[in-house]
Design a binder for this molecule. Structure first.
Ligand SMILES: *[C@@H]1O[C@H](CO)[C@@H](O)[C@H](O)[C@H]1NC(C)=O
Ligand SMILES: *[C@@H]1O[C@H](CO)[C@@H](O)[C@H](O)[C@H]1NC(C)=O
Ligand SMILES: *[C@@H]1O[C@H](CO)[C@@H](O)[C@H](O)[C@H]1NC(C)=O
Ligand SMILES: *[C@@H]1O[C@H](CO)[C@@H](O)[C@H](O)[C@H]1NC(C)=O
Ligand SMILES: *[C@@H]1O[C@H](CO)[C@@H](O)[C@H](O)[C@H]1NC(C)=O
Ligand SMILES: *[C@@H]1O[C@H](CO)[C@@H](O)[C@H](O)[C@H]1NC(C)=O
Ligand SMILES: *[C@@H]1O[C@H](CO)[C@@H](O)[C@H](O)[C@H]1NC(C)=O
Ligand SMILES: *[C@@H]1O[C@H](CO)[C@@H](O)[C@H](O)[C@H]1NC(C)=O
Ligand SMILES: *[C@@H]1O[C@H](CO)[C@@H](O)[C@H](O)[C@H]1NC(C)=O
Ligand SMILES: *[C@@H]1O[C@H](CO)[C@@H](O)[C@H](O)[C@H]1NC(C)=O
Ligand SMILES: *[C@@H]1O[C@H](CO)[C@@H](O)[C@H](O)[C@H]1NC(C)=O
Length: 657
């Protein structure tokens, strides 16, 4: 008999918020990382030295219309003649929701179910009180969560673990990316990874990368793999990788450990604007081609406080110089640096805190002197000016505190001034980078978010970059979500400069402003339409709107936007009926809708907002493990046992980490 079933399932969120392909490089979880865990944490890692045998390790990722459904299946046997703890670990993308977990023990299936978090916690506590252990496991894959289950397996018996997670792939820099972490922890007899793609238009590019085994940029560590691509039709693809024992050994004698990455894109020319309809749900994809970039006004709001010392400021300098090199002559830039106060760069020097003695003043000035904002802070991207800016960037040095509010206030003033003067010829994009927490002038982050959002009347996009572990990512997410932008984690590693550059590339080509999808209101069920007004559209991305239809009629409406030639209003394209995809579009819709509700809840001031309530309801209805729900696993004798503790609680801990 199974004497006890120990379940410790953890999701350790390592930040990031958009469902995305955001960070292109990851640090693979690595055994030596586990040594850095505290004793308490390490206690919960499997201790047994005699590893159970993994009979088979199977990953199947089904992608249909950008929505990926990935199942990882592990069949394990305990070869020894004493009962052993067996653990199953999966690293999954941060943007994914777990939708299913089951174990098969002695031909009996134990399927986990999703419960409201508080309720699940109660069950969990009961399990802990009964002597089942629980603890934390950390890892270092970027923008990832770790899922771990440990159970006791009888001598010479087998157990199967199946975990399914779902995510909407976000188009970034012209491609969708599906990343699968493969790490069975040993050489496996039967090992397979399969990715099946089915799209609504032709798949025009498809790339499978070498197995990514480290984060370093000159990745000598990436391993070429022997995969097969099958293209049954123009709109479908099958990628299969079945490494035999020899191939696995060539990758590592301890078994395969890395990321299996597939990138693809679909035909845009014939289908830039596409509406799919099935079983009462619609999904609208929009990624126009052949447009000219809108000229932009990039405002760099950069932290040069003392904590930036060393590698961070070096990499910032390097990245800034490279990014400046990409600025076109029709664009404008502003450089706003902040430490104890804000300094504004002009081609003839910085204004704001000119006095070199100021930084050493015991009583720090806590407000930026009132500098009259005018044209001199909005620098045309001429080669001459860019060279001056690069020279300045090369000399950036760090000192002092972190006065976020002064910098953002100045940035908004400058952006507003630029808009008045240049209008559509200088679309403002504010890039706000910090590595620490605000501690001068205004340190209450809620107050900063409120103040900035109020000041930002015209909703210029603020993109926040959290550099390293010290930055308050939640705060940055709130600022960006409230101000038409998004936040990103930038990891301090050898590729920091590259991460900054890639981020810049994503937003470097705004094509459209104020994109609004208008549908006849009665056609869409109340409280089901996802976000339909977008501040911008960037080259290489895609806008997605989804909802539930009230009837059977064709969707009617318009799409309006502003491009370089002015305002446009185009009628919606005819829809494509996708023929009974078994609730697939509904799943895609629910995923997107729940994500957006969670974002709205994050920036809502209410504790129990209607967004939160609706998100909870839908998470339970669709069986998603979200920050509001947990997974409960049923004990073999059908009384409840362990559970997952999810996000929001662990987010608090991850700040400490
Ligand atoms: C594993 O982690 C250690 C310490 O954190 C690091 O020195 C080493 O380079 C890492 N190895 C890989 C392959 O990432
Ligand atoms: C995802 O895969 C699982 C397991 O194969 C299946 O039960 C589920 O219906 C799939 N979900 C979607 C949205 O395709
Ligand atoms: C677990 O996953 C494997 C591989 O996807 C599948 O063959 C098997 O049927 C699944 N088991 C159950 C009980 O769903
Ligand atoms: C089973 O366990 C006993 C001790 O409990 C040991 O002497 C024996 O060698 C073990 N047999 C196998 C096949 O591992
Ligand atoms: C948009 O990106 C594509 C590559 O993804 C490139 O070919 C095209 O020139 C870009 N367009 C603009 C306006 O930057
Ligand atoms: C954006 O477009 C909508 C619909 O065309 C319009 O009502 C709104 O005023 C526009 N907003 C801005 C800021 O231009
Ligand atoms: C919608 O149309 C399909 C066929 O196009 C039909 O089978 C179905 O009954 C219709 N449903 C409603 C609610 O009218
Ligand atoms: C779409 O545009 C047409 C023509 O401008 C207009 O008559 C119609 O009312 C618009 N529809 C919606 C849903 O805004
Ligand atoms: C759906 O079915 C209709 C009629 O059977 C067919 O014309 C259409 O091409 C199908 N659509 C797709 C996307 O397969
Ligand atoms: C939130 O509000 C809903 C409806 O008013 C209520 O049912 C629920 O219990 C509340 N939740 C919390 C945690 O207060
Ligand atoms: C499950 O196990 C508990 C104790 O471990 C026992 O009290 C309970 O009766 C068992 N339930 C069933 C349905 O066997």
């Amino acid at each position: 008999m199974l004497s006890a079933i120990k379940i410790a399932i953890f999701l350790w969120p390592l930040l990031s918020f958009t469902p995305s392909v955001i960070s292109r490089s990851f640090l693979i979880n690595n055994v030596s990382d586990q040594r850095t865990l505290s004793k308490r944490q390490a206690d919960y890692l499997p201790k047994d030295t005699q590893k159970p045998d993994i009979y088979s390790f199977t990953v199947t990722s089904n992608i249909q219309f950008r929505y990926a459904n990935t199942t990882i299946s592990n069949r394990v046997v305990n070869p020894s003649n004493s009962s052993k703890e067996v653990s199953f670990q999966v690293t999954l993308p941060e943007s994914a929701f777990i939708s299913k977990f089951l174990m098969v023990i002695k031909d009996k299936v134990y399927e986990a179910y999703v419960k409201e978090k508080e309720e699940a916690k109660k069950h969990y506590q009961e399990a802990v009180d009964q002597g089942n252990t629980a603890g934390l496991v950390a890892l270092s894959a970027r923008d990832s969560n770790l899922f771990t289950v440990s159970i006791n397996v009888e001598p010479l018996s087998k157990v199967t673990f199946n975990l399914t997670y779902e995510q909407l792939l976000t188009r970034t820099l012209g491609q969708y990316e599906n990343v699968i972490n493969v790490n069975p922890g040993q050489i496996v007899k039967s090992f397979s990874v399969q990715v099946n793609i089915e799209e609504s238009s032709d798949i025009t590019s498809l790339e499978v990368f070498n197995l990514k085994t480290s984060n370093e940029i000159n990745s000598v560590d990436s391993k070429s793999i022997n995969y097969k691509i099958d293209r049954p039709s123009d709109t479908t693809a099958k990628i299969i990788w079945i490494p035999d024992i020899t191939e696995q050994q060539q990758i590592s004698s301890n078994g395969v450990k890395g990321q299996f990455i597939v990138r693809y894109d679909v035909d845009r020319l014939s289908n830039p604007n596409q509406i799919l309809v099935d079983e009462g749900y619609f999904v609208h994809f929009y990624a126009p081609t052949n447009l000219k970039t809108l000229p932009k006004h990039v405002l760099f709001v950069l932290d040069i406080s003392g904590s930036m010392a060393g590698r961070k400021i070096e990499q910032l300098r390097e990245a800034l110089i490279q990014i400046l090199g990409d600025v076109s002559s029709g664009d404008f830039i502003s450089l706003i640096l902040f430490s104890d106060s804000a300094q504004l760069w002009t081609t003839t020097g910085t204004v704001g805190e000119a006095s070199p003695t100021w930084y050493f003043n015991e009583e720090r000035t806590t407000s930026t002197p009132d500098v009259e904002i005018n044209e001199r802070f909005i620098i045309p991207g001429t080669p001459e000016n860019i060279n001056k800016a690069k020279e300045f960037a090369a000399k950036l040095t760090e000192t002092g505190g972190t006065n976020v509010i002064a910098a953002l206030r100045k940035a908004l003033e400058i952006a507003t001034w630029g808009q008045k003067k240049y209008g559509i010829k200088a679309k403002p994009l504010i890039i706000f980078l910090t590595d620490g927490q605000p501690n001068v002038e205004m340190s209450d982050t809620e107050e900063i978010v409120k103040t900035v959002t109020k000041l930002n009347v015209d909703q210029y996009a603020i993109f926040s970059l959290a550099l390293g572990d010290g930055a308050d990512y939640d705060f940055l997410r709130k600022i960006s979500l409230s101000n038409s932008g998004f936040a990103r984690n930038i990891y301090v590693a050898s590729d920091t400069t590259l991460q900054l550059n890639n981020f810049y590339k994503e937003i470097a080509s705004p094509l459209l402003s104020n994109v609004t999808f208008k549908y006849i209101p009665g056609q869409i069920a109340e409280n089901t339409l996802t976000k339909s007004v977008f501040n911008d559209l960037y080259n290489g991305t895609e806008l997605i709107v989804a909802g539930k239809l009230t009837g059977n009629d064709s969707l009617v409406g318009n799409l309006t936007y502003v491009d370089i030639n002015g305002f446009f209003c185009i009628p919606l394209p005819p829809e494509t009926r996708v023929n009974k995809t078994r609730g697939h579009l509904e799943k895609l819709w629910s995923y997107l809708y729940i994500k957006q509700l969670l974002d709205k809840d994050l920036i809502s001031e209410e504790k129990n907002s209607t967004y939160k309530q609706q998100a909870l309801e839908l998470s339970l209805q669709y069986g998603f493990v979200t920050p509001l729900t947990s997974l409960v696993v049923v004990k073999p004798n059908e009384t409840e046992s362990g559970t997952v503790i999810r996000n929001s609680e662990l987010i608090e801990r991850s700040k400490v980490f």
